[in-house]
Design a protein around this ligand. Structure first.
Ligand SMILES: CC(C)(COP(=O)(O)OP(=O)(O)OC[C@H]1O[C@@H](n2cnc3c(N)ncnc32)[C@H](O)[C@@H]1OP(=O)(O)O)[C@@H](O)C(=O)NCCC(=O)NCCS
Length: 146
């Protein structure tokens, strides 16, 4: 399996839309993602295997920190290191910009994502009560870079 992490481009949207429609009912819509490609404060990447998108992830800049907006891997491709490779790419980009920290929100029930972030040394710094659908709490997790 040769994995490649590349900047997201319009040509990837055929695959991305298929992933979003079949696997992520309440995740980001492709139109929001397309808008993000035009946003100079955002950077998005895709994970490709043989040129086919199997995952994607993005960040946007807010003053002197970056925020991870999403990270997703196709269900049948999980637990193969693809999420880690995407996250490593995001961390590498932020480190190159002399920025203090990377922050994200994650549903407190989303143990696979929480474990992924912990593996990369993200620490829980707070909770947003009933952040998801006014029901589930979000953990706020931060990676301090300096
Ligand atoms: C979270 C997600 C991106 C992880 O992607 P992945 O490609 O499976 O991750 P990796 O294979 O790189 O796993 C890295 C680490 O994450 C943790 N992890 C991933 N899946 C896990 C699971 N099902 N249970 C426990 N830990 C898990 C482990 O620590 C793992 O390291 P290990 O394999 O050495 O044990 C993927 O599960 C996903 O797309 N989930 C749905 C979208 C989502 O919830 N995104 C997060 C939004 S905040």
């Amino acid at each position: 399996m040769v994995l490649q992490i590349s900047p997201m481009e319009m040509k990837h949207f055929y695959d991305i839309e298929e992933i979003l429609s079949t696997e992520f009912d309440d995740f980001w819509s492709s139109s929001i993602l397309k808008d993000e490609l035009q946003n100079s404060n955002s950077q998005y990447f895709v994970a490709l295997i043989n040129g086919v998108v199997v995952g994607f992830a993005g960040i946007w800049k807010a003053v002197n920190e970056y925020h991870i907006t999403n990270i997703a891997v196709k269900k049948d491709m999980r637990r193969k290191g693809i999420g880690s490779s995407l996250l490593e790419k995001l961390i590498e980009v932020v480190k190159s910009k002399n920025i203090d920290s990377i922050t994200l929100e994650v549903n407190f029930k989303n143990l696979s994502a929480i474990e992924l972030y912990k593996k990369y040394n993200f620490k829980q710094v707070g909770i947003r009560k009933k952040y998801y659908n006014q029901t589930d709490d979000a953990l706020i997790m931060t990676l301090f870079l300096n």
